[in-house]
Design a protein around this ligand. Structure first.
Ligand code: PMP
Length: 455
């Protein structure tokens, strides 16, 4: 599979590309001291190809966004057709376009009942910035300007804007970056496997008690909203107990606090439903999407808003601020083509069926010494790695080395966080490819010691 290192790419060898990358690009999340690069040049279905012709199984769906698989000509054609008709225009004021309208109708038809308004963005962080602004603005317009506090959860990820980064649980997003957005309070996430978080209590009981105590302490009259991913993705496919969201939503409703669902990862089939909210019987006031809306073919996002909230903030269908690309016609056309494929190819059903099959395969890895837990909902999975199955403590040195070895030794690309390997392949994956993924992971994880070293 590995071709010559000198394969030409616009006349440049792989070595030249790597050198130019090192000299010119500031990489997000580049581990210290790393000079190597994987230069990707192609992709089809669940596979991507590097400049040397080596193929990888994309078990990360890029970053949990590639629903329909790489290289779909239909989407490229939809983009080309739209660019030839109306490439770009804004939707400020009274200006609109046919593709933004069509997509807004499509999204609100798919969304849980009541989420009847759409504000378009270009990505997840942008969506959460808007959701945060909408929540505070909603209360302001109702004469409760002191309702500024936002409740979030430790280990949550909501993006790296100053607002969204301030809502993200890890100190990484705040330390060294000066003053952040104030009035944010972090709660304990519902992660049953991490039982040490709950002092022996039932996780939902613990989280609800903690929420009520926080509301008591801060004062409901000062709290605008709570934000949460229905299923936490970056934290490692953390599926909450079934009663967590219904009970949390009931407490928030009782206190007039809005609920924002960050469905940047969970929407558009990742969990086997159109929206993660559907698993929990809870309809949020604001629902933020991005990623899978276009399968990442172009950046796009949509914030869905409950009609009553929209009426308060909107004055007849508006919002006082907007992004340059809000309602971008080409992005909307790509989203429509993407949703067509998800529907036509029954990718929600595939996510449920192949997700279950993949989870069964990955659970066979639980016999290995460093594999502590396997979690799954649809095609959102995580394999938690531990140094000790009793204490459930993390592997020393984290999981990055393991993810690297999966790529190097088995040609498998996964995401990782300090605790887990995050497995989220494109929704088009079939059972045979899922089996190949399990075999590839076993070939590396069976050499992984509880010291964190792949031998
Ligand atoms: N929210 C969640 C749950 C995410 O996973 C991400 C990105 N991984 C974001 C927000 C931020 O999205 P973006 O990178 O498009 O700004």
């Amino acid at each position: 599979m590995t071709a010559s290192i000198d394969a030409p790419h616009r006349g440049r060898t792989t070595a030249e590309l790597v050198r130019q990358d090192r000299e010119r690009i500031l990489h997000p999340l580049l581990p210290e001291g790393r000079d190597d690069r994987t230069v990707l040049v192609g992709g089809a279905g669940c596979r991507v190809r590097d400049a040397d012709g080596r193929e990888y199984l994309d078990a990360s769906a890029v970053l949990g966004l590639m629903q329909v698989g790489h290289g779909r000509r239909e989407i490229a054609e939809a983009a080309a057709a739209q660019m030839s008709a109306l490439d770009c225009f804004h939707t400020w004021g009274t200006i609109t376009n046919d593709k933004a309208i069509e997509l807004a109708v499509r999204l609100t038809d798919l969304a849980p009942a009541g989420l009847d308004r759409v504000f378009f963005t270009s990505g997840g962080a942008e969506g959460n910035e808007i959701a945060l602004r909408m929540a505070r603005y909603y209360h302001h317009r109702r004469g409760a300007s002191e309702r500024t506090w936002i409740l979030s959860r430790h280990s949550a990820y909501h993006g790296i804007g100053y607002g969204s980064g301030s809502l993200s649980g890890s100190p990484l997003y705040r330390e060294g970056f000066g003053p952040v957005v104030p009035d944010v309070h972090f709660l304990t996430p519902p992660h049953p496997y991490q039982r040490s978080l709950y002092d022996g209590a039932d996780p939902t009981d613990f989280c609800v008690r903690e929420l009520e105590a926080a509301i008591e302490r801060i004062g409901a009259h000062r709290i605008a909203a709570m934000i949460g991913e229905p299923v936490m993705g970056g934290y490692g496919a953390v599926v909450p107990p079934p009663d967590y969201w219904p009970r949390v939503a009931e407490v928030l409703r009782r206190h007039g606090i809005l609920l924002i669902f960050d469905e940047v990862v969970t929407a558009f089939g990742r969990t086997g439903r159109w929206f993660g909210a559907e698993h929990f019987g809870v309809v949020p006031d604001v629902l933020v999407t991005a990623k899978g809306i276009t399968s990442g073919y172009v950046p796009h996002g949509a914030v869905l808003v409950r009609e009553e909230v929209a009426e308060v903030i909107g004055q007849g269908g508006g919002f006082p601020i907007g992004y340059t690309y809000t309602g971008h016609p080409t992005a909307c056309a790509v989203a429509l083509a993407n949703l067509d494929i998800i529907e036509r190819e029954s990718l929600l059903d595939n996510a449920t069926a192949v997700g279950g099959h993949l989870a069964a395969g990955l659970r066979t890895l639980l016999d290995l010494p460093a594999v502590g837990d396997v979690r799954q909902i649809g095609l959102m999975l995580a394999v938690q790695l531990v140094s000790d199955k009793q204490t459930r403590e993390d592997l020393p040195g984290g999981t990055l080395r393991v993810a690297d070895r999966l790529r190097e030794d088995a040609g498998i690309v996964v995401r990782n966080n300090p605790h887990a390997l995050i497995v989220a392949p494109p929704l088009v994956i079939d059972r045979a490819t899922a089996d190949e993924l399990v075999d590839g992971m076993r070939s590396v994880l069976e050499r992984l010691g509880t010291d964190g070293v792949v031998h």
